[in-house]
Write a protein that binds this ligand. Sequence first.
Ligand code: ADP
Ligand code: ZN
Length: 296
Amino acid sequence: MTTPWYGAIEAGGTKFICAVGTGPENIRAQVRIPTTTPAETMAAVFDFFDAQVKEVDLAAIGIASFGPVDLHKDSATWGYITTTPKPHWANANIGQAVRDRYNVPVGFDTDVNGVILAEARWGAAQGLNSAVYFTIGTGVGGGGVIDGQLMHGLVHPEMGHMRIPHDLQKDPYAGHCPFHQDCFEGLASGPAIEARWGVKGDALGVDHAAWELEADYIALAMMNIACVLSPQRIILGGGVMQQAQLFPMIRAKLQTYLNGYIQDAAILENMDTYVVPPQLGDVAGICGGLALAMDA
Ligand code: ADP
Ligand code: ZN
């Protein structure tokens, strides 16, 4: 019997990455496509998979997409990106277009849900019952698994838009979320850092005051997450988390904010393994697609 192959699409605001594989150690083909218009980008996605299905059978395709997205299986717009402010992409049909063309089961979810599913299967959350993943990049988003299942509800969690305390004396920057101004994303995303300090985050020195403030916002948000969801591990990724000095600062602040209230060794003694970077690195998004395909 031959291995079943799976297709994966990591649909991002800057690029789509398509791949065929079975997991992080076995990816047989991969392509990177710029996110321009849905018609142009999807045509390139189809070119890639059209060529792949001539060579191998795909058991399913998984799509981990920027959002918000419609995840309701019985909705007429399942598989669509919904209210994104990104030009051309509001109401873009991705999931149904792929399903109709290849006639295989299609798993469709948010990019962060894809990553946490992959980290739970192959990465930093293996063997745990519950964990969350946050990306802190152009936007801020979070996804979670409980007992191996992704968190779904009315739609999907929008953890990046939780409210956190904003001390205007300490940080007069108003925030940049177009919907809520100074929500977590509005205060802590890469563009918020750039707008507040006048330069991109990667141009700020490791000792810059920006990182103390950034760590504070992330720790406040993770206090909410620890209290609301009680995850066994918190994984923090995305461009801003390339600033590795943030990790010890976030761990210390989170412990201070929780103040001994959650009585578990994970927090009281093992903070270094409670808040961690992702393990899958560059292939996390693609593996998210593969994991969604396997579950489809
Ligand atoms: P995206 O969220 O678009 O998928 P990223 O996760 O790479 O992509 O996030 C991009 C954001 O992260 C940008 O706002 C960028 O300025 C910021 N960023 C990227 N690299 C770094 C870095 N080394 N230090 C701080 N900020 C960074
Ligand atoms: Zn918001």
